[in-house]
Design a protein around this ligand. Structure first.
Ligand code: GLN
Ligand code: ZN
Length: 763
């Protein structure tokens, strides 16, 4: 085994949606019946081939395969081992359609639940397992892709989700006791992995990569023991390829020691998110006969690598490991393809950025510098250094005005009057009935609205025409809400493409990309803005629309903003200062907007913070520090106003778990949350955690096209009233309505208002 070739330079994974989102179009074409299965597969093959060619031409020593996916790599793993739920397999569809049925539902069969891949913006499908689950190597995707690459002349390294991470990301299937522990299935799953490894070995595969990011989060001793047992067992197989175990998204902590002592051949560590893995490894004798891949090129952010820092991190491993390779910190799935496509970006900024293609070059460069000496690649290192230095020296990224404001911040800038006083002042100002009804902000974005926005962007219509069109839409939405009888109205957000991008486009310190798409899930991509400098607000961003809406009605119109953590979570953020400092800058800009809304006569302002949970660190030991700055940034944004102005926030998930204390601490007057699917259970959690502010549990699920009837909504309300007193409770849908059509929205809101009235009358 010691004769195995080295991995050397590599990446842990690569984007797969296509440089021009070819896969997205092919998938959506296939789902809608516009293209057939053969054409879908042809597109996919083309993308895989292009990827391998690109990785080979960049000069990587080892090229990953099986990083392609038609939808999601966790779903691929479940399909590979024959662990798709019966409700999907028994539909009798083709292999391809069974897979898509698991991803998206079909013929009444629910899809798998989707959830976030660790603390990234990628979402995976949650496998459903139970005591009856059996694993076999039911599919051949890794083998097929390996063969496909080899036929093209590329020797590749199949990448698989590791067995522990697979089980730890799974949940108990429906009908199985919810405390069923998927780890009970470890032994049969390991047998299936062993079968697969044997097959790959027989095929001539040299290396397989097993991803175990689950160990970057807190794990129990049982889970750590299971990790030890698993890699002991897999390592001891005689007929197997070399095993590379990759841990990323943080320091693997004790799991790293476990892996170091196991008979696997190579480890990949994420030295971007936590350089201290180096010290852990240095203390482990077992590392001496292993190859270690130093993950020094950031797989999740888009800045050029500081080559000197990266080299010194990798170099500290030189005495520790048998061989040191260079890699990305994690898969490049989380960054866009190529910064060279961004012709609209300022040249200087573009020169500071590295997307996936540029990162390949960085990995290769660092690998050569490490093993051939810096002299061998002096010129390229010089160019890389110059870019990083130029960015560090760019004085105009620092705005003295912003810095001065930050320095002048005092605790009173994050404090409002007491909640009881505020409630009294707001009651006097707003004069709302008990159980006031409202919505979360957006109304359906019709084809007309989207076309008008697109025409304005493309310059086909002028700003006056655009303004009139938006005003007409706002007026229509206000009249509709009045007619329906809602108590607190919204302007409907027709001018917004996206709740973060809309603000990023108007704030200084942000740049938008044209082609910087990143897969969010399946065929869905997002284009995060780049936050590169100090953030400030040159002019009001929403006041004109909100003020116009308020001028049309006597009912209060709720202003609509996005909160700092969510803006950061859905952007590529600068890496040259702590996130907390960046959050404070964004908070100051939002604070100015909140004040201007108040001055324009807006008495209720919602500041959406749906991503508060997304940035929660994977390790609980880091939670407190996170909450400190996350909570502070929300309070900074929302405390510059009078007690009589009511602050709402919205969070779209129903399991708060670790973030419950933060919901109270951000001190919003009203928090609207997703609650319909959990049938209001979330309110008990909130109550138990001592939540004392206003709350708007979503009374119907906007993700479903079904129109809830009055009885149903009234029943949800009565249920909610068992947990929350009526004088603190609001009535609203689960989330914004922009993805729905009026055919559902209008009757649903009418029923919501009727239910609120009925339950009010019962009291
Ligand atoms: N105000 C936003 C909307 O209604 C909130 C979106 C969200 O919760 N993600 O669309
Ligand atoms: Zn929402």
């Amino acid at each position: 085994m010691s004769e195995r070739t080295r991995i050397g330079t590599t990446v842990l994974g690569y984007p797969r949606i296509g440089p021009d989102r070819e896969l997205k179009r092919a998938l959506e074409g296939y789902w809608s019946g516009r293209i057939d299965e053969a054409e879908l597969h042809r597109t996919a093959r083309g993308l895989r081939q292009d990827t391998w060619r690109e990785l080979a031409e960049a000069g990587l020593n080892s090229i990953p395969s099986n990083t392609f996916s038609y939808y999601d790599h966790v779903l691929d793993t479940a399909a590979l081992f024959g662990a798709l739920p019966r409700r999907v397999t028994e539909l009798g569809l083709s292999t391809t359609d069974t897979y898509f049925a698991a991803a998206r539902g079909a013929r009444g069969a629910q899809p798998l639940e989707m959830t976030k891949w660790f603390d990234t913006n990628y979402h995976y499908l949650v496998p459903e397992l139970g005591p009856d689950t059996t694993f076999t190597v039911a599919g051949s995707k890794p083998l097929d892709e390996y063969r496909e690459a080899r036929a093209l002349g590329y020797e590749t390294r199949p990448v698989l989700v590791g067995p522990l991470t697979f089980l730890l990301l799974s949940k108990a299937a429906e009908g199985v006791p919810q405390d069923f522990d998927p780890l009970r299935l470890l032994e049969p799953l390991l047998r299936a992995y062993a079968d697969l490894l044997r097959t790959l070995h027989d095929e001539g595969v040299q290396w397989v990569q097993l991803d175990e990011p689950a160990f970057a989060a807190d794990r129990t001793q049982d889970e750590l023991d299971a990790l030890a047992r698993s890699y002991e067992a897999l390592g001891e197989l005689t007929e197997r390829p070399g095993l590379l175990v990759a841990g990323y998204f943080g320091n693997l902590g004790p799991a790293l020691g476990t892996l170091a002592r196991s008979p696997v051949d190579a480890l990949a560590v994420d030295l971007v998110s936590d350089p201290s893995a180096v010290d852990y490894l240095a203390a482990e004798k077992g590392v001496q006969d292993k190859e270690v891949l130093a993950g020094v090129v950031d797989g999740r952010n888009i800045w050029r690598t500081d080559v000197d820092t990266a080299l010194s991190k990798a170099a500290t491993l030189l005495g520790t490991a048998r061989h040191v390779g260079v890699s990305t910190s994690c898969s490049l799935l989380h960054v866009p393809y190529d910064v060279e496509f961004e012709t609209g970006l300022d040249d200087r900024l573009r020169g500071w950025l590295a997307f996936a293609r540029q990162k390949l070059g960085e990995v290769v460069l660092l690998g050569r510098a490490l093993h051939e000496g810096t002299g061998a690649v002096g010129e390229q290192l010089g160019t890389a250094r110059a870019a990083v230095r130029a960015r560090a020296a760019a004085t105009d990224l620092r705005e003295p005005g912003v810095r001065a404001r930050l320095d002048a911040l005092r605790p009173e800038h994050t404090r409002r009057g007491g909640y009881a006083d505020r409630a009294t002042a707001q009651h006097a100002s707003l004069r709302l009935p008990e159980l006031p009804s409202t919505t979360i902000g957006s109304f359906p974005q019709t084809g007309d609205i989207r076309r008008t926005r697109a025409a304005y962007r493309a310059g086909r219509i002028g700003s006056e025409e655009y303004r009139q069109a938006m005003r007409a839409e706002i007026e229509r939405v206000i009249r509709l809400q009045e007619d329906i009888g809602l108590d607190v109205l919204v302007h409907g957000e027709p001018e917004r493409n996206d709740m973060v991008q809309y603000f990023a486009e108007q704030l200084d310190g942000f740049a938008a990309t044209e082609h910087g798409w990143v897969q969010s899930y399946g065929s869905r991509c997002v284009r995060p803005p780049v936050l590169y400098g100090d953030v400030s607000r040159p002019r009001p961003m929403t006041v004109e629309w909100a003020g116009f809406a308020q001028s049309l009605t006597d009912k209060p119109v709720k202003g609509m903003l996005t909160a700092p953590v969510t803006i950061l979570a859905w952007s590529f953020v600068r890496d040259d200062q702590p996130l907390a400092d960046t959050a404070r800058q964004v908070a100051l800009a939002i604070r100015d907007e909140v004040r201007d809304l108040e001055s324009a006569g807006i008495r209720v302002i919602q500041v959406d913070e749906p991503a508060l949970r997304e940035l929660l660190p994977l390790r609980s030991s880091e939670h407190k520090a996170y909450f400190d700055w996350a909570v502070e940034s929300f309070r900074l944004a929302t405390s510059g106003i009078s007690d009589a102005t009511q602050i709402h926030t919205h969070m779209c998930y129903s399991e708060f778990g670790d973030i419950l204390p933060a919901i109270e601490a951000i001190d919003a007057d009203v928090t609207s949350i997703e609650a319909a699917r959990s049938r209001m259970e979330v309110l008990d959690d909130l109550g138990a955690a001592g939540f004392t502010r206003g709350v708007g549990p979503g009374v119907y699920d906007i993700h479903s096209p079904q129109v809830p009837d009055v009885d149903e909504v009234a029943e949800q309300l009565r249920r909610a009233l068992r947990a929350v007193p009526a004088d603190r409770m609001w009535v609203n849908p689960d989330c914004g309505l922009k993805t729905r059509g009026y055919a559902e929205v209008e009757p649903a809101l009418r029923n919501l208002v009727a239910a609120a009235r009925r339950v009010r009358a019962e009291r």
